[in-house]
Design a protein around this ligand. Structure first.
Ligand code: NDP
Length: 446
């Protein structure tokens, strides 16, 4: 369709050197071609031109002092992409690879993911090229305080509510929240992922991994199967991976691989969750140490040939980072009989990998749907903060499960309605897009 092609060309011209952003825009716009064709009102209102342009981008200097007394400078940013259906919502990523193109890709994805959650949240994302790895707690605190000193001008409980992402867990959220409270003299739900004693929600820590498992369970249910008895290969060993392992084991499946950026382990007996949590959440150590302690496990360095996707499995869950599972990995997984793939990380499968899975009729839940449990539970945290009360673990977990089931239904129904049954990539993009686009049309030219 000429309209979509023209917008894609224009986005490419106006955002040079941002391949990850271009990758997600291309995927979404390709999926919604039939929707735009059926609804000329979207073209009349220039929805595609507007939805691909962030409402606001803030970029700022973050100066801080290391333990040696030396001044360090990092770059902070927040992309406030779309607030048509609610306050901007999306995580903060602290990783040396962060630059504007990564944050824009994540912010753009977030618009549609948040729309799918059924909760009123717009899309945003932020971060910095600061690397918390190898830094002392005091260094991380000084960095977080400096970062929030600027960010606090641009966020607020009714404006923009950041959360964690890669490199930002409970420790970092705590330091940033403390600084916000101090500077603004207010106690509000301005960040999610807070500690349970100071406004956090039960299940937020577990939410992304649990939600991912719930949606994979839903896909399997459609073909009369379940997670029980299935072997699972996954990457990552951070927040998403850890709680996906927990939920899979609770449902009777067995996770046999995890990884970090240095290497990966294969434990044919099943990942020892308590040991993994101690290693990653408490000691902040490398995954290599798992194999040094657990006799049933083997370790291999990253890039040394095989990877987690060469281990035969029924379910694959890429839970580390973008573009970590390529076309060749997908072919290996398919050859080994994979039945279902759930994207725990954001855009972890390359376009070639996604195509291979769809072609082979592997059940495939894209990140926008599969990892939406994290932001959905952040939405539940915002709700509890506004009411100044908190729900039990069971109540919150039941709400999360209900949301994941609803997301799967939306993806399935949208895919069917637009002529591509079983294609949940298209389904997620279409369902998320229609909700936001309709809100934009209704609200006029803003
Ligand atoms: P964590 O920082 O807790 O863990 C990230 C994991 O991925 C670590 O094991 C890390 O290894 C590995 N990793 C990160 N970058 C790379 C890389 N470039 N190459 C190889 N491995 C890498 O992050 P999360 O678990 O929170 O996030 C993982 C993914 O899930 C991200 O894509 C994030 O955007 C997405 N996500 C997270 C949500 C959440 O609620 N936390 C919600 C929705 C999506 P190492 O320690 O060596 O860096």
């Amino acid at each position: 369709m000429a309209y979509v092609d023209d917008v894609l060309k224009s986005v490419e011209r106006r955002n040079p050197g941002q391949p990850e952003f271009m990758q997600t825009v291309t995927e979404v716009l390709d999926s919604i071609r039939p929707v735009v064709e059926r609804n000329p009102a979207y073209q009349d209102a220039a929805i595609l031109e507007r939805i691909t342009e962030p409402e606001r981008v803030v970029m700022f200097r973050v100066p801080w002092m290391d333990d040696g007394g030396k001044i360090q400078v990092n770059r902070g940013m927040r992309v406030q992409f779309n607030s048509a259906i609610g306050p901007y919502k999306g995580g903060l990523r602290f990783h040396p690879t962060v630059y504007l193109g990564i944050i824009k890709f994540l912010g753009f994805e977030q618009i549609f993911k948040n729309a799918l959650t059924t909760l009123p949240m717009g899309g945003g994302k932020g971060g910095t090229d600061f690397d918390p790895k190898g830094k002392s707690d005091n260094e991380v605190m000084r960095f977080c305080q400096s970062f929030m000193t600027e960010l606090q001008r641009h966020i607020g409980p009714d404006t923009d509510v950041p959360a964690g992402d890669i490199g930002v867990g409970g420790r970092e959220i705590g330091f940033m929240y403390g600084q916000y409270r101090r500077l603004r003299n207010e106690v509000t739900g301005v960040l999610t992922g807070k500690g349970l004693k100071w406004g956090g929600s039960l299940v937020r820590t577990e939410a992304t991994g649990y939600g991912l498992t719930y949606i994979v369970e839903e896909m399997l249910k459609d073909i009369g199967e379940s997670v029980e008895g299935k072997t699972v290969a996954m990457s990552g060993s951070g927040n998403v991976a850890t709680y996906a392992v927990e939920k899979i084991h609770q449902l009777g499946g067995k996770v046999v691989t995890v990884s970090d950026s240095n290497g990966w382990i294969h434990d044919a007996d099943g990942i020892k969750l308590d040991f993994l949590k101690e290693l990653k959440e408490v000691k902040r150590a490398r995954i290599k140490e798992y194999a040094e302690e657990v006799k049933s496990a083997k370790y291999a360095e990253a890039g040394s040939g095989d990877n987690v996707w060469t281990v035969p499995c029924d379910i694959a869950m890429p839970n580390a980072t973008q573009n970590e599972l390529n076309g060749d990995d997908a072919k290996t997984l398919i050859k080994n009989g994979v039945k279902a793939v759930g994207e725990g990380a954001n855009m972890p499968c390359t376009p070639e990998a996604v195509e291979a899975f769809l072609e082979a009729k592997v059940l495939f839940s894209p990140a926008k749907a599969a990892n939406a449990g994290g932001v959905a539970t952040s939405g539940l945290e915002m709700c509890q903060n506004s009411m100044r009360m908190s729900w039990s673990f069971e109540e919150t977990d039941a709400k999360l499960k209900g949301i994941m089931q609803s997301i799967h239904t939306q993806c399935k129904e949208a895919a069917e309605e637009y002529g591509c049954p079983g294609n949940f990539v298209a389904g997620a993009n279409i369902a998320g897009f229609i909700k936001v686009a309709d809100a934009m049309v209704a609200q006029g030219l803003v």
